[in-house]
Design a protein around this ligand. Structure first.
Ligand code: SD4
Length: 335
């Protein structure tokens, strides 16, 4: 009861005029690019693609797109998705290698195949066949993060129940005889905000949502997070609204928070409450998880919520509508 009182006080819903774009974190250029796309006559899908692509190109604070979150082998791989809330079509790529414009490839999956999700080297081959240029995603910065990690005995990492002891040594690892519950705290770097999630709502109530990320630092090669999974990283449905998530994708994807938030809005919850309830659902099982959700409905109401934990008590996001030029930085207290 007390928690809900706090949620209601902290998550005062916002209202904007339509069209509206909201996105995770203080990614201002991405917000402005998406807004300009709408102003130039583009649709909601264009806004989401162009906004997220801006983040990919300029690596949004160094953590989206190429040159971030090197995996255990030092490679940067990308996850992205885009969803058309009018047709319920989704295009996504996961573990995409050697192509910078992941959200562009995701849109190509949606518009140029009957599939929803392509992964790994095959996604790269598809991207190349669609005219995307293959490039090395490694930068001096990502190489430096990787070499420092190697020098530090590959700490931290995501391994458990393997030998040699992953809390002390690098691999290669082999499984231990019997898996046991891990006592190590989860590896989450709350200062590495690796995902842009964006929702665009058109004047006529059309909705699109999308994400783009380089995932998690030092991930096990092949790891895919929540961002390219419909209902987890983002979700859009013209008859209710859109939502997008950021944070510890390995945990969050188990709860489909974007889908849950959209369904709650469909059932009548305002966006702030819907976001908060999606966070609460995860919190019940993982009280310390790192994550936030943004939500918008088709009448221009929007909101966000985040899980309070050490080092993360306030979440920032961007709002763009006809009254906000440049896009407005908003924030919400985590609960
Ligand atoms: C992932 N959800 O791959 C992404 C990372 C992120 O803020 O959003 N970090 O788990």
């Amino acid at each position: 009861m007390l928690t809900w009182l706090v949620v209601l006080l902290l998550c005062a819903p916002g209202h904007a005029s339509l069209p509206l774009v909201i996105n995770t974190w203080a990614f201002r250029d991405a917000a402005a690019a998406a807004w300009r796309a709408l102003q130039a006559g583009g649709g909601v899908l264009d806004a989401v693609e162009i906004g997220c692509a801006r983040c990919e190109a300029e690596q949004c604070d160094g953590s989206v797109g190429f040159g971030g979150s090197p995996d255990e082998t030092g490679e940067t791989t990308l996850d992205a998705m885009i969803m058309n809330g009018n047709t319920m079509e989704v295009g996504a790529v996961a573990d995409l290698r050697k192509v910078k414009n992941a959200i562009g490839v995701a849109r190509a999956v949606m518009e140029r195949t009957d599939h929803t999700l392509l992964v790994g080297e095959s996604a790269t081959a598809f991207a190349e066949s669609m005219g995307f240029i293959p490039e090395d995603l490694t930068t001096n910065k990502s190489m430096n993060i990787f070499t420092q990690w190697l020098k530090g005995n590959c700490q931290p990492n995501y391994r458990k129940n393997v030998i040699p002891d992953p809390s002390k040594y690098c691999g290669p690892y082999k499984p231990t005889a019997t898996p046991e519950p891990s006592r190590r705290p989860r590896l989450t770097n709350i200062h590495s905000h690796d995902t842009i999630g964006m929702i665009a709502v058109g004047e006529d109530g059309q909705v699109a949502a999308g994400t783009s990320t380089n995932g998690a630092n030092h991930k096990v090669p092949g790891r895919v997070g929540d961002s390219p999974i419909a209902g987890a990283g983002a979700y859009a449905d013209r008859s209710a609204g859109g939502a997008a998530a950021t944070g510890d994708g390995d945990i969050m994807m188990r709860f489909l928070p974007s889908y849950l938030a959209v369904e709650l809005m469909r059932a009548g919850a305002d966006p702030s409450t819907a976001c908060a309830m999606a966070i609460s659902r995860i919190k019940r099982h993982y009280p310390q998880f790192f994550g936030a959700v943004i939500c918008a409905n088709t009448t221009g109401h929007y909101g966000a919520a985040c899980n309070k934990r050490p080092g993360f008590s306030r979440f920032h996001y961007m709002v763009s509508d006809s009254h906000t030029d440049p896009p407005l930085l908003k924030s919400v207290d985590c609960f």
